[in-house]
Design a protein around this ligand. Structure first.
Ligand code: HEM
Length: 355
């Protein structure tokens, strides 16, 4: 009897605390989101483009209906935009007379062409409704949010008002800022710390690997010349079938449990030594991040909460606001470059690059 009463009271406690934590009426914006940087606001386009968010979601529903894979491409695009030179749409720029662009740097070669096309299509739709008022950087941030939401992840608000950059970073700057999948947790913590992102942010954002795919060159370091001892044996055998040689170029899913759903199964994978990249699995090996991984594996709401916080922080990195930068007429070229014919730059083959 005593144990029934105690189980009932702990249930009641759990229910109450979860209501307090997650009951939307109790959670304020200040608790859910980090502080906004100056120049960004929640209602930036409220009068200049009231249909913006509806138009984006409506189009993306159709795109994802045809291919849910594009959702992962859009989420990764936002990350690669923000980590190099800030969230200024610079990753969207094609090479020009001034040289090869960020897109031509190894970490960006496996970004999805369909994701770039989707951003340009969205820009056209929005311009037809509101004129040229919304930046490509904001469209990318909103598309990433809807990629998460429409894949079954949490809905969150996106601070807006970013402006588009006038230049792209070099190959070396891109390599220096986008972390390699071969990095261990120490390397990742250092990389993220340069963006003022901490261990909780790193683990939560790595949860973006709950959707999408990776190509063999991103993880064959774990198979050849010797097998990474942190790999589950059956999982490793599957990977050898997908990448039969050290130079294979096939692809496989990042989250074997639910590859197209934005959920916390990525963390369950890590607990089972089934993370795909060194950079994923080491988060569970390293004592500084292990408990965070476990806490997300057992509590999806906690993962969602921390993911929202971290992606909002990431989405505000070195943004251009006010009169800085511009609003591009074409997300792939700056307005001044669009006066000239962009020089086409030969790209290395997708997925072949190691970095
Ligand atoms: C923590 C450091 C990170 C590393 C080392 C990393 C590395 C990678 C690599 C190597 C790929 C696969 C490339 C390929 O072989 O095709 C990939 C894919 C992906 N990454 Fe990350 N990533 C990191 C963080 C993030 C973050 C912060 C996000 C977003 C929140 C993210 C979202 C994605 C998504 C969605 C894909 C799948 C893309 C697709 O299917 O087209 N990653 N990442």
């Amino acid at each position: 009897m005593a144990s029934i009463t105690s189980s009932l009271s702990s249930l009641l406690f759990l229910a109450t605390s979860s209501l307090l934590l997650h009951g939307s009426s109790h959670v304020t914006k200040a608790q859910t989101y980090p502080p906004l940087v100056q120049g960004l606001s929640w209602d930036f386009y409220e009068s200049s483009c009231p249909s913006l968010e509806y138009a984006i979601r409506n189009h993306l529903r159709q795109v994802f209906n045809d291919s849910i894979a594009v959702a992962a491409g859009l989420l990764r695009l936002h990350f690669h935009d923000c980590f190099v030179q800030g969230c200024d749409g610079s990753v969207l720029l094609e090479g020009s007379a001034s040289g090869p662009s960020e897109q031509d740097a190894p970490p960006n070669l496996s970004l999805q062409p369909a994701a770039f096309k989707t951003i340009n299509d969205l820009r056209g739709i929005i311009e037809s409704q509101c004129g040229r008022v919304v930046s490509c950087a904001d469209i990318t941030a909103l598309a990433a949010r809807d990629a998460v939401y429409l894949s079954g992840g949490p809905y969150y608000d996106v601070p807006l008002g970013r402006r588009d950059g006038l230049s792209f970073a070099t190959r070396n700057q891109t390599l220096a800022n986008i972390p390699s999948p071969r990095l261990n947790t120490s390397g990742l913590l250092t990389s993220f710390a340069t963006k003022n992102l901490n261990a909780a942010d790193l683990v939560a954002l790595s949860g973006g690997h709950t959707i999408g795919i990776g190509h063999c060159p991103s993880f064959t370091n774990r198979l050849y010349p010797t097998q990474d001892p942190a790999l589950d044996e059956t999982f490793a055998n599957n990977l050898y079938e997908i990448c039969p040689a050290s130079n294979s170029t096939n692809a496989t899913v990042l989250d074997i449990r639910s590859p197209n759903n934005f959920d916390n199964n990525y963390f369950v994978d890590l607990l089972n030594r089934q993370g795909l990249f060194t950079s994923d699995q080491d988060l569970y090996t390293d004592s500084r991040t292990r408990e965070i991984v476990t806490s997300f594996a057992v509590d999806q709401n906690l993962f969602f909460e921390k993911f929202i916080y971290a992606i909002t922080k990431m989405g505000q990195l070195s943004v251009l606001t006010g009169t800085e930068g511009e609003i591009r007429a074409n997300c792939s070229v700056t307005n001044s470059d669009s006066l000239f014919l962009p020089r086409s730059v030969e790209k290395e083959e997708i997925g072949l690059a190691k970095w």
